[in-house]
Design a protein around this ligand. Structure first.
Ligand code: DLL
Length: 435
């Protein structure tokens, strides 16, 4: 019999039972955090809340929020809920300083994370008959390891390609007759173009794709579906909550079911912190109710979205989140990598440049372009061209080691970047990501 990883007893559980399960797990999780994470306990004490005040999900709002700043303050071990010897893995986001996120996992955490990813694969029709090509990055990034583990659980033949090397990627896809592709939507679109250009469409047996880690529009979905001859599904997650698989699309392709047996989702007003009713747009906040090593309570994702619990044609009862509709901070996601303007500024200042710069991001043929214009000082401006080119190269290298991706740096004449009367316009993002 074909092996699937659909867990109907959980995924189609009546809503009142899901809520009861969440309440029970929340109470346990709050005790676990109170006893094992002094950093969060102090935050609770500051707010005058003890575990006795949390009797179920209706009390969730009493707990303090956690933010990326807390992660930075507590870096690296300050939010650990288990002794290090029980942890078996870390994963991390890019960035060598400041905004880097390091998440920890026990073996049990990895197991549950892989369950979530397995559900996502099953939701697009995956079974142990499938060949899953994982073209997300492997290593510290959660995309490759997460989908890899999920694919194993479903019993698929797993092809751990990682991203890049498109020639080889497409060759394997044809030779092994891969049926499900997992990668960022931009890379999927790029692979689609490559296949079209080389006239290889007939050699490809893909039927579905699981694409996430960055924003993508419905137009992009149609484009990818058309070029690869597949159905393209969205998947969402963040390093702080384990990685991909927090939420995933089903056959309805109308939003992503959140794995509610592991995460409680709330939408808040990002300015006041007030919890908003279902259906309103606001900042997504997650509480992980099963994680042992890195059990974040009320973590503010900064992703803006809408939740809805209307019945879904697939039969799953877990609440659905819309595609992220924007962010409440200034983080950019370029080629799948999280980039903060402040990281760029740090590099430029360390390299002796002026603080006058502008970041220009665009999407050309479904690929992100990333340019940084930086004003030279008057003194540098009068240097010879060779010296200026050399400095540009040096900046490209320093930025790459900070961000993990390559930018094009253009040193421009002093005072050539338009000054604004209010806040400087540091970022011009021409991509239409949330259309
Ligand atoms: O991007 C985890 C992931 C890997 C998700 C593979 C899906 C597939 P981070 O690098 O920590 O983790 O980035 C998390 O990426 O807060 C969102 O802003 C954005 N993001 C993730 N998935 C989506 C999506 C991974 N489907 C940040 N649509 C999140 C839009 C997404 N944005």
């Amino acid at each position: 019999m074909e092996k699937r990883y659909y867990q109907p007893e959980i995924e189609t559980m009546p809503v009142d039972q899901i809520k009861a399960l969440q309440s029970e797990r929340l109470v346990k999780q709050v005790k676990h955090v109170w006893e094992n994470v002094p950093y969060y306990r102090a935050k609770m004490e500051e707010k005058g809340v003890t575990p006795d005040d949390i009797k179920g999900i209706e009390d969730l709002h009493k707990l303090p929020f956690l933010t990326k700043d807390d992660l930075r303050d507590a870096y690296p071990y300050g939010l650990l809920g288990k002794p290090l010897k029980e942890c078996v893995r870390i994963q991390s986001t890019s960035g060598t300083t400041g905004r880097r996120v390091v998440a920890f996992y026990t073996q049990h955490d990895i197991d549950l994370w892989e369950d979530c990813c397995a559900r996502a694969i099953t939701a697009v029709g995956g079974t142990d008959e499938d060949v899953v090509q994982v073209a997300y990055g492997y290593g510290l990034f959660t995309g490759g390891p997460g989908l890899n583990g999920g694919s194993h659980k479903v019993g698929c033949l797993t092809v751990p390609m990682s991203s890049g090397n498109t020639d080889r990627q497409v060759q394997f896809m044809a030779d092994l007759e891969s049926t499900i592709l997992c990668c960022t939507p931009s890379y999927a679109a790029y692979i689609g173009e490559y296949i079209e250009e080389k006239g290889l469409k007939d050699t490809i047996k893909l039927k579905a794709g699981i694409f996430g880690a960055e924003a993508w529009t419905e137009e992009m979905r149609h484009d990818i579906q058309e070029k690869l001859g597949i159905k393209a599904y969205d998947i969402y997650g963040l390093t702080e909550t384990s990685g991909p698989g927090v939420a995933f699309e089903c056959e309805a392709q109308t939003g992503m079911h959140i794995n509610e047996d592991h995460f409680i989702a709330e939408i808040i007003d990002s300015k006041t912190g007030e919890v908003l009713p279902e259906g309103e747009k606001g900042e997504l906040v997650f509480t992980s109710i099963t994680k042992e090593a890195f059990p974040l309570l009320r973590y503010r994702t900064k992703d803006l979205c809408i939740l809805n619990r209307k019945p879904c044609s697939c039969g799953r009862t877990h609440i659905k989140m819309s595609k992220p509709l924007g962010r409440s901070d200034d983080m950019l996601i370029i080629r799948g990598v999280n980039v903060f303007p402040s990281q760029i500024e740090t590099v430029l200042l360390n390299e002796g440049m002026t603080p006058n710069y502008q970041i220009i991001v665009d999407r050309v043929n479904n690929n992100d372009t990333f340019d940084i214009n930086v004003e030279m000082s008057q003194e540098m401006f009068s240097d010879n061209m060779a010296k200026i080119t050399e400095k540009e190269k040096q900046l490209v290298e320093s930025l790459k080691s900070m961000l993990g991706i390559q930018a094009k740096v253009h040193l421009v004449a002093p005072k050539s970047i338009v000054r604004s009367e209010g806040k400087a316009v540091r970022v011009i993002d021409k991509r239409k990501l949330y259309g």
